[in-house]
Ligand binder design. Structure first.
Ligand SMILES: NC(=O)c1ccc[n+]([C@@H]2O[C@H](COP(=O)([O-])OP(=O)(O)OC[C@H]3O[C@@H](n4cnc5c(N)ncnc54)[C@H](OP(=O)(O)O)[C@@H]3O)[C@@H](O)[C@H]2O)c1
Length: 264
């Protein structure tokens, strides 16, 4: 039996992030109801307005809740109580041990915190999906675990934007890299040309998240999400996502930027 099906309620942290917002849009399109976690009310209202414009048919199935500090003890206790599954994407994207308090701390404590709250209060929760290497963090517990865990490990994530940032300056980590090294001031820079990496299209990654909620065999798996040729693609077989190629992703990003008037 699938761990959850529409119209189950999904808790998504990092709701206004690049990946989190695509995941929410896909979930709403599939008939799930969504509780998105943001840091403050203003971000919540902005997100609500955006979803009403982008997903007008299903935006009424979205609500937001506030978690202002990932590192606070028991901060997730209330928001996990009445949801069926959890997708945890919130994290500073570039972890830096030199600025431990601002980067590593929220990533590690945020993951530990939400898992602890789910153990104590997430009575309905059947599956937890974590987007991040922070998923490697374990929680010491003697409590009975009622759910299973799927960790999704994406490579670099590129693709069209899920929202309407005012300018390229507002782009977050990976699309900021794309803008800077492919389209913008550092285009053609050696650092970019010489970097070997793998990528995944953000829409495929969102699809992976949605299927990770629904495919029973994804439970307990660590799934590498990458369309690059040098990576394991076990997740592809488990989840059956048909990955977009680099050409299509790049073409769609350029078209997206053009429609925003950022390039000619
Ligand atoms: N993008 C990639 O290429 C990539 C690749 C591999 C893994 N990942 C992982 O995917 C996840 C999402 O990445 P993304 O690209 O969507 O990043 P993003 O656009 O920067 O979004 C990050 C989200 O996390 C929230 N967040 C960050 N720091 C926080 C803190 N200290 N307290 C509370 N909330 C915080 C942000 O909220 P605010 O908007 O309020 O800051 C935002 O909602 C991260 O775990 C990242 O490590 C991303």
């Amino acid at each position: 039996m699938p761990p959850c099906s529409p119209p189950a309620r999904v808790l998504v942290t990092g709701a206004n992030g690049y990946i989190g917002l695509w995941v929410i849009r896909f979930l709403l399109q599939r008939g799930f109801s969504v509780r998105g976690i943001v840091r403050n009310v203003e971000k919540g209202h902005t997100l609500e307005r955006l979803l009403h414009s982008k997903e007008s048919q299903t935006a009424q199935s979205f609500e937001f809740a506030i978690v202002d500090d990932l590192t606070k003890e028991r901060i997730f206790d209330e928001v996990v109580r009445d949801v069926d599954v959890v997708i945890h994407t919130a994290s500073p994207v570039r972890l830096n041990p030199d600025t431990w308090r601002d980067t590593v701390d929220p990533a590690v404590k945020g993951t530990q915190g939400i898992l602890k709250s789910i153990l104590k209060h997430g009575y309905r929760i059947k599956r937890v999906v974590i987007t991040s290497s922070a998923g490697a963090v374990l929680v010491d517990t003697e409590d009975k675990v009622r759910w299973d865990l799927t960790t999704i490990c994406p490579s670099m994530v590129f693709g069209p934007l899920p929202d309407d940032p005012a300018s390229p300056a507002a782009l977050t980590f990976s699309m900021n890299e794309f803008w800077t090294y492919v389209m913008g001031p550092e285009q053609g820079a050696e650092v970019y040309l010489n970097t070997v990496n793998n990528f995944v299209d953000v829409r495929d990654l969102a699809e992976v998240h949605v299927r990770a909620l629904q495919v029973p065999e994804a439970g307990g798996e660590r799934i590498i999400a990458s369309s690059g040729p040098y990576t394991m693609q076990d997740w592809h077989e488990i989840l059956g996502v048909d990955l977009r190629g680099m050409y299509e992703t790049c073409k769609d990003i350029i078209e997206d930027f053009r429609q925003r008037g950022w390039i000619n």
